[in-house]
Design a protein around this ligand. Structure first.
Ligand code: SF4
Length: 334
């Protein structure tokens, strides 16, 4: 097993298939930056599905067991189900999932399921239509995302996780409403602390609603008790409702960092590998994929990257690090 310099194994590969999105969420792709003149990656620079699958196969041979498809918004990449169909049968793959904003899920759910997707995560930052439209900043109705979630359930994608990023002054008033909406649904609602990802969302610590506060706000209305993690390196801290009607998760990168058990690597859509969500630079593997390198050569390149890895940004976050030119989350996925 390949361990990095802090003794962490490589377990998860997050694959961004596009840097484009049909939303402009204020904490990820602020419209002022990602406007109509923004230069997105040209299609020819993106890894093909064949290249992505080849790299995923090599990563699985090095210990990766879980693949997560991300973006930008992965469902805007044409025929994304073809990639799912190529990845799903890979030997050694234990888990294949995808994170979407749900806008196109109603149309795509059946094709994703038929292609071999097992489960799905949908980002939904409020159940209140006005708040949701303000956060996605493209005036997209919450009803259509809820229809997409129902479509995912109807085709049998399971479990369904729903991710809510909580930003003070924007949607903290939606926390309990969201909890009530998914109570007893069998879906797992996860609350994510607002993070200083990238360099464009104007992050301030004051806008972070700490995980402890999120849990206590819910606990006052819907009593909770902590649960053990499903596995080492699981991102969310788990809680179940005392009345047994389901569970929630809290992802606390800012106030309770979990770098010590971080087993994730990220691949951008143009073929760069990032060893941390808050990295400032990536490692180009596309040149090897297109330059005639063998699988063995690419594997040793990956091993070299991973074994030298020492990232623990969230543990080291300071006012100075916040303004580093970090890669945008829309470029490498969450
Ligand atoms: S900050 Fe980087 S090292 Fe820490 S948990 Fe996140 S991705 Fe992993």
């Amino acid at each position: 097993m390949n361990l990095d310099s802090l003794g962490r194994s490589l377990h998860d590969l997050r694959i961004s298939v596009t840097d484009r999105c049909n939303f402009r969420c204020v904490y990820c792709m602020p419209k002022e930056v990602f406007g109509k003149d923004f230069q997105f990656l040209p299609p020819r620079s993106l890894l093909s599905f064949e290249e992505t699958t080849r790299l995923a196969k090599i990563c699985i041979s090095l210990g990766v067991e879980k693949l997560r498809i991300t973006g930008g918004e992965p469902l805007v990449r044409r025929e994304i189900e073809k990639l799912i169909a190529m990845l799903a049968p890979l030997d050694g793959l234990k888990d294949l999932t995808l994170t979407t904003n749900g806008a196109l899920l109603g149309r795509k759910a059946q094709a994703l399921k038929d292609a071999g997707l097992r489960r799905i995560t949908v980002s939904l930052d409020s159940i209140d239509d006005q708040t949701f439209r303000a956060m996605n900043d493209v005036d997209f109705p919450v009803s259509q995302v809820l229809e997409g979630i129902e479509a995912a359930r109807a085709v049998g994608l399971s479990p369904i996780k729903v991710n809510m990023v909580v930003k003070r002054g924007l949607n903290e008033q939606s926390i309990v409403d969201m909890a009530r909406r998914f109570l007893g649904s069998g879906m797992i609602l996860r609350f994510i602390e607002y993070m200083d990802v990238g360099a464009t969302n104007g992050w301030r610590l004051d806008d972070v609603v700490p995980a402890r506060e999120i849990v206590s706000v819910i606990d006052r209305e819907l009593p909770l008790e902590p649960l053990e993690p499903n596995y080492r390196g699981e991102v969310a801290s788990r809680y179940r409702y005392r009345d047994g009607d389901g569970e929630i998760g809290v992802i606390s990168s800012v106030t309770q960092p979990f770098c010590a058990s971080c087993t994730r690597m990220r691949l951008s859509s143009e073929g760069k590998l990032y060893t941390c969500l808050f990295a400032t630079a990536g490692h180009d593997v596309r040149a090897l994929l297109r330059g005639g390198s063998s699988d063995e050569e690419i594997a040793s390149f990956l091993v070299d990257i991973w074994t030298r890895r020492a990232d623990r940004y969230s543990e080291l976050r300071t006012a100075a690090t916040v303004s580093l030119p970090k890669v945008e989350m829309s470029h490498i996925g969450g």
